[in-house]
Design a binder for this molecule. Structure first.
Ligand SMILES: Cc1ncc(COP(=O)(O)O)c(C=O)c1O
Length: 385
């Protein structure tokens, strides 16, 4: 069956939303910043949430409910050939909490933790929140493709950093790490007796034709020192429902999850648990359509830039709906998103917040209608003169 691209809601409907994307700016600004989607919810998720509301099923999450965990296992098995054991998973609020709670148990206060900028800006805050100190090992960039700097990570671990906070796939550049790269990373980390926390929140949005490799599927070494953060929150646009999974495959990391106070589980959202189950179990066609729409939008953005704003270069993502734009040739300074907001009334994410490598860049959210992209490029081109 051909994949039917998911269609975004109309702007008049979207402007009635009250979440960050639609609530922060006045109506004359086109919001293309925070990672929320303009697509309607998957029908199975909508139905299950409506049923929960009708039932008043709004209490605490049931820690024994394995529905979401089993749905994730089945999804990961079908999509990536990896079937993590639901008994070794934990439930909590969101991916950020998975990262912080894991760090608290993996490091001593003041230990170094490697991050790989340009990177999802909250990583700069989550590491200190977990007690660590950020050690930056920027992605290698040959101008065409980004990659992990494995030698740099090796040096950082040799220099005393204790582990790596991996973004896989990588936000903002949309890099899907190759299996061989992850195998080598696992060998390096094992040699230094370190750990990897693998944030795989964008993994279900890996583009068609690209292969995603879960870190814990890579090798025994990776399973022994790795813990993964998994979630339906980006794939199914559930960020406000607050649910994510800790996933382990070794006794060491399973013990870490079991050592968490039960409050860590109860801070998850009941609606999030229901929606995560329905997403991974019954919304795979919707997800395929969403990925097709996003890939179509990336093509559309490239075509619009080629025609109207060739000075801006799209670093084409292989996963998710975030477009990393090199806008340095516009002469809008280190933070072109600031100029875009002021002069074009387009809200992009500010490049320098992703690390020093983000100077001259901005991130555009492509989980929208093609018309929104057309309008954004038109406005940016008019502002660029
Ligand atoms: C790489 C990455 N990790 C974590 C998050 C935040 O996830 P959560 O809302 O589950 O904490 C995001 C949100 O966009 C993200 O891009």
């Amino acid at each position: 069956m051909p994949t039917i691209p998911t269609a975004a809601d109309a702007l008049t409907i979207l402007r009635r939303r009250t979440s960050e994307k639609w609530g922060v700016y006045p109506d004359d600004v086109l919001p293309m910043f925070v990672a929320e989607m303009d697509f309607p919810l998957a029908p199975a998720i909508k139905k299950a949430l409506h049923e929960a509301i009708d039932l008043g099923d709004t209490g605490y999450v049931n820690p024994r409910d394995t529905g979401a965990r089993e749905a994730f296992r089945d999804y990961a098995g079908a999509s990536w050939g990896w079937e993590p054991d639901p008994e070794r998973m934990g439930i909590t609020t969101d991916v950020s909490v998975v990262i912080v709670e894991s760090l608290r148990r993996l490091i001593q206060p003041g230990d170094g933790v490697v991050i790989t900028p340009p990177i999802y800006p909250p990583f700069y805050d989550l590491v200190p929140e977990g007690g660590g100190v950020v050690v930056e090992v920027p992605l290698a960039d040959d101008g065409n493709a980004y990659a992990l700097d494995l030698e740099g990570i090796d040096r950082a671990l040799a220099g005393g950093a204790k582990g790596v906070l991996l973004c896989s796939p990588h936000n903002p550049v949309g890099l899907v790490h190759e299996r061989a790269t992850l195998e080598e990373l696992a060998r390096i980390v094992a040699r230094h007796d370190g750990f990897v926390i693998s944030d795989e929140i964008h993994a279900p949005l890996t583009h068609h034709g690209v292969e995603f490799t879960p870190y814990l599927a890579v090798s025994d070494q990776a399973r022994s020192h790795g813990i993964a953060a998994e979630s339906g929150s980006k794939a199914f646009n559930l960020a406000g429902l607050k649910t994510a999974l800790f996933v382990a495959e070794s006794d060491r990391m399973t013990d870490l999850i079991r050592s968490l106070p039960e409050e860590v589980t109860f801070r998850a959202g009941q609606f999030g648990l229901i929606a995560t189950r329905e997403g991974f179990a019954r919304s795979r066609d919707w997800l395929d359509g969403t990925i097709a729409a996003v890939q179509g939008n990336a093509d559309h953005l490239q075509a619009e830039l080629d025609e109207h704003l060739p000075a801006v270069r799209l670093r084409r993502p292989s996963a998710s709906y975030l477009a990393w734009l090199d806008m340095s040739a516009l002469g809008w300074g280190d933070d072109p998103a600031a100029t875009a907001e002021q002069r074009a009334r387009v809200a992009l994410s500010s490049g320098p917040r992703f690390g020093p490598q983000g100077a001259g860049f901005a991130r555009m959210n492509l989980a929208c209608s093609p018309d929104t992209i057309t309008e954004a490029v038109r406005r940016l081109a008019a502002a660029a003169g």
